[in-house]
Design a protein around this ligand. Structure first.
Ligand code: SAM
Length: 190
């Protein structure tokens, strides 16, 4: 397939926005795949702030980072991403190059623990204010479950109303696939 799938497209957006030495955020650490990907993009001179509310997710992410010698450039927080603005040092506000949110539940984990519309929208609003110009937020939205449907609706409403002079907002979505496949919302600060 020449058209990028959802996860490769999400990663390509990060590659476009992030370089060695950058400050970035993983809003949902999960099993640590995205945190590791970001840690490799920013290198030892950059930094990743990574959040998850579940201890299992934080432990798995830590293990993965240590296995790949990438732990030194990451701060892991067992906290909600809605607290990011309180945790990231103030002198770095306005300097964040990118953030990724892979929403929904932890693959292989407790499916009743999912990201929630209100906290996701708060995190998105806060992190948009932390981005530098040209910085990007990538959200991968899983809307096959009830909470995911609500989250999708609230996110689409929120991002559709962002002033076009402040950010470019796009969706990337396969329209003819069955079973509510995930899709992307990307927000690039202007
Ligand atoms: N990006 C991950 C990876 O690379 O493996 C997958 C993330 S998984 C789809 C979603 C994660 O979001 C779960 O681990 C869940 O615990 C976490 N989560 C739920 N609510 C959260 C919140 N308010 N803040 C941060 N993480 C949250």
């Amino acid at each position: 397939m020449k058209v990028l799938g959802i996860l490769p497209f999400a990663r390509q957006l990060l590659i476009n926005a992030v370089t060695i030495g950058d400050l970035v955020i993983d809003g949902t650490a999960g099993n640590g795949h995205d945190t590791l990907f970001l840690a490799e993009l920013v290198g030892e001179s950059g930094h990743v702030y990574s959040f998850d509310i579940q201890e299992t997710a934080i432990n798995k992410t830590k293990e993965r980072l240590i296995d790949h010698q990438a732990y030194s450039q990451v701060s892991l927080f067992q906290k909600g991403h809605e607290e990011a603005i309180n945790v990231i040092p103030e002198h770095e506000h306005g300097n964040i190059a990118a953030a990724i949110f892979n929403l929904g539940y932890l693959p292989g984990g407790d499916k009743s623990i999912v990201t929630k519309p209100e906290t996701t929208v708060k995190a998105l609003t806060d992190i948009l204010s932390l981005l530098k110009k040209g910085g990007i937020i990538v959200l991968v939205i899983y809307h096959g479950h009830e909470e995911g449907r609500k989250e999708k609706d609230q996110l689409l409403e929120y991002v559709s109303n962002i002033d076009q002079l402040k950010a470019h907002v796009l969706t990337y979505q396969f329209l003819n696939q069955k079973n509510n496949p995930p899709f992307i919302i990307a927000v690039e600060k202007r």
